[in-house]
Write a protein that binds this ligand. Sequence first.
Ligand code: SF4
Length: 316
Amino acid sequence: MGTEKKLGFIKMDKATLVEKINVLRKEKKAIILAHNYQIPDIQDIADFTGDSLDLATKATKTDAEVIIFCGVNFMAESAKILNPEKTVILPDANANCPMAAMVDVQSLKCKKEDYPDAEVVAYINTTADVKAISDICCTSSNGAKVVNSVKAKEVIFVPDNNLGSYIQRFIKDKKMILWQGICSTHHNIKKQELLNLKEKHPKAEIIVHPECRLEVIDISDQALSTNGMISYCKKSSSKEFIIGTEKDMCYRLKKEIPGKTFIPVESAVCINMKKNTLEKVLNSLETLEPKVELSNEIMKKAKIPLQRMMDIGRGD
Ligand code: SF4
């Protein structure tokens, strides 16, 4: 039996928790979606594991009546916006993305007044109300493709300054006005840390996420979305990879590609992604709470930029 776990006053081991989750997910016609940064226990029970775009797409294709979304708030909101008739649950209501909180409606409206001809490209890591006043969304997999698709000559890009700076390298005919947000999990990955790992593993390729600083991207072999990392590492002839993103991505990579070695940056942990647990998933299935609730008006408006992005598809 696994480690003893606590749910309220009832102590349950991991095997019992998984058994109860499996019974309830059938009973409640629920699907469990998990982001690549979720803890291994959650990745192991998920029906689908993937990146933001992958999970948003899965959410539109399921017949399930309930979506248990193991990720952070903006992801569960996107699932709700795309499936307003379904019950969408974020097992820990406090699993928020600090970067998404770095842009708010009022500040974005002011920026739009400064650049009246610009279109707003919102990284999917934004709240539903910010999406509702944006023109099109993007993810780390299709950012350049999305910005290039915009007709305006000026683009306000929110909120990730690092991703925006990276995308800018692939855009020739537009001015990008970059917001000053960052994801501290990625921003804090240091160039020297990666170089030290490379010294210990000289044959390894360095693969990083485009939310990292440009100086980190510049010493890497590839900058890819998390699903892009999986496809790339599968087809690369290399056997070892240093992975510059949230460390539990290595768990997903090891599962998908068992014959290769993945070296994480140990300090790269997103505490919000770790808030969902098996106990909370079970609780969500029992109570169908905490539900994602959004007004019809916000869902209607936010769906437009999300759908425009999904029509464009992946860029990696
Ligand atoms: S890893 Fe960064 S962008 Fe992703 S949820 Fe955590 S803080 Fe937000």
